[in-house]
Ligand binder design. Sequence first.
Ligand code: ATP
Ligand code: MG
Length: 476
Amino acid sequence: MKRALYIKFLITYLIIGIVGFVVISTIGSYLVEGKVEERISQQLYQEANNIAQSQGESYYTNQLTVRELYNSLTSLAEYQNAEIWLINRDGEILIDTESELDLDNPDMLSNFNPAVSTDKFYRVGTFYGHFSQKMLSVMVPVTSNMSTRGYLAIHYRMSDLYDERESMLGNVYLIGFVLYISSFLLLALFSSSVYNPLKKIITGANEYAAGNLEYHIPVETNDEMGYLASTLNYMSGELAKSEDYQHTFISNVSHDFRSPLTSIKGYTEAMLDGTIPVEMQEKYLNIILFETERLNKLTKGLLTLNNMDDKGRMLDITSFDINQVIKNTAATFEGICRTKKVIIELLFSDTALWVSADMSKIQQVLYNLIDNALKFSNKDSSIVVETTEKHGKVFVSVKDSGIGIPKESINKVWDRFYKIDTSRGKDRKGTGLGLAIVKDIINAHNQNINVISTEGVGTEFIFTLDKSTPNNSTTL
Ligand code: ATP
Ligand code: MG
């Protein structure tokens, strides 16, 4: 199978990873930097104001010496990891916490112009060209007696700010990486629980399409995929069975037609070429007649089954007296009963018992069942046909005290062409279609048929019919 789906997933996954990384390192970095800058500048601005209002003012009102102010600012600068300046109005740096106090030779800021206002309360740059690296600087005036005496500036190295940004971004990268790996695990899980079974199912479907119905899809999980696979396995099993069934059916039909035809052909040729003398011909003509009757029966049986398959449920349902139909059917066996010395006993609870069914089909059911009962009965025995009524259903039973059916064959007697043991020699003429026809007819009526049998004791077939009222009756 093409790995298209899998590769698409992998590529999408990689693209998501790369895009995620690029987004974090550009937009993420920009946003984080903005936030850090804002936080630090606010903090420094507040600090600068505090210092200006307390120490700055104290210095200008001579409450603090310059040395004392210098020491205090140095420790504050260290604490803030920044550089603090006190600048006079002309731009002379009186105190710089990064260098020694030197009031005689103060550094001078060129072009110092505190009046130039910016839209922000801080600025990023080299602060009048004084620094060689970028600094974030805040500057506030130091006032005393309502007039500006100087300025207090705090400078924070941008490189430190970038370090902070990187450490924050590092966390984001870590979270992103963990999420990325977890999604990879999810992908792997998806692959093992959906993609792999799906692949096996598709392989199975291809095998079935190529005619290999024996193929078993190896997905045994207890989820939708497992359910789908077992449904397909079941479907292919059923298809294989019906294929097998068709195969055996055709070979049975061919076999059952071939044997009588072979013997008819053989005897006819023998008669024609004189191998069988004229005085013996009657015997062989009788055999030919017997085989022809068998062929006729076989053809009729197949036609009936075929009609049941085709028309299926197209039954001619009427209301009729089942007891009467049983009497009529039993009567057709009078001749055989006499020669076999078998009595057919009819046990009816009421004189008339009305049922709703296709009369001619039910007649055929009765005929086939009584025919079997007679065929497999011993001489001087009796067959009982009984009708009873229970809960709106009519039960018809055909019971003999014949040879019975072995346990292992009881479920197979309904199969087309099934005959228990042809060597029992009871019935050479039988086609093995009788009970298959019975079952089809009863099923078409949505009724049930059952068989109870003990080998050597006897067999009973019981089927149900719907009870009806005598209205709309068919006269027999
Ligand atoms: P046909 O009905 O075409 O004459 P058949 O009687 O052999 O052929 P079925 O009626 O389908 O075919 O019966 C199938 C097999 O079941 C029989 O060959 C027989 O072995 C067994 N069987 C059916 N009815 C009885 C019965 N009453 N007692 C013992 N065995 C039976
Ligand atoms: Mg039969």
